[in-house]
Design a protein around this ligand. Structure first.
Ligand code: PKZ
Length: 180
């Protein structure tokens, strides 16, 4: 597919209030509720990028760094971080926003993989993606390693078949000295 899209074209922002039925016994947003919100937000980014139906293939990483309290405002922001052949990585950032005290803290991030599918649920090619900002470039550069790790963890790739991931564990080679 020849089309190339910018990361920013898939930007999706969702803003919600945390309601009592979404909280845990500590009256903070329940982790599973947050995961569902992140999946929804990320799936819209993926569909915006490929203009096709998408399915979640894997949730590669989620961090829970700060709780989000009941009554608080939760803001989710997602963008495609790299497009492969039929799959794409989507990065989701989450903030807890307190509009009264004007405090916004980054509480979570998550990395999802989506696959574009046809009407028979078969994977189909997607447009390429070009990163523009420094953050987009950093996330793009590391995405191939994360894809390999996800494929290894799901049993779809043998560790020795990886290319980028394997490089992380290889000792740097001493430059060979010229023999006289
Ligand atoms: C027109 C637009 C309107 C928009 C309008 C509004 C938008 C609104 C959007 C709402 C969107 C709803 C979003 C629902 C989101 C769910 O909730 S979906 C439900 C949960 N997910 C599922 O049920 C998926 C079940 N799994 C499957 O169907 C198949 O395993 C898959 C994912 C399609 C893959 O099929 P497969 O035959 O194994 O295909 P395969 O060729 O091996 O792999 C395809 C690609 O996936 C990659 N892949 C597969 N598994 C993994 C993994 N674990 N890790 C990393 N990569 C993987 C492969 O590496 C390959 O990548 P490429 O190198 O081609 O890029």
């Amino acid at each position: 597919m020849a089309k190339i899209k910018k990361a920013s074209e898939s930007l999706t922002i969702m803003t919600n209030i945390v309601l009592p039925n979404e909280t845990n016994s500590l009256r903070n947003l329940f982790g599973g509720e947050l995961l569902a919100k992140m999946d929804r937000c990320a799936s819209i980014s993926a569909a915006r990028h490929c203009e096709r139906r998408v399915v979640t293939a894997s949730v590669n990483h989620v961090s829970f760094n700060h709780p989000i309290p009941e009554g608080g405002v939760v803001v989710l922001e997602s963008k495609v971080s790299r497009a492969f052949s039929t799959s794409m990585e989507v990065y989701v950032d989450v903030w807890s926003d307190d509009p009264i005290n004007q405090k916004k803290i980054h509480t979570n991030s998550g990395i999802y993989t989506f696959v574009a599918v046809d009407e028979f649920n078969r994977p189909i090619p997607i447009p390429d993606m070009v990163p523009e900002t420094e953050e987009e470039k950093e996330r793009y550069a590391a995405a191939f390693r994360r894809k390999e790790l996800s494929l290894i963890l799901s049993g779809r790739m043998k560790p020795l078949e990886s290319v980028e991931l394997k490089k992380l564990f290889q000792e740097p080679q001493e430059p060979t000295k010229d023999k006289k």
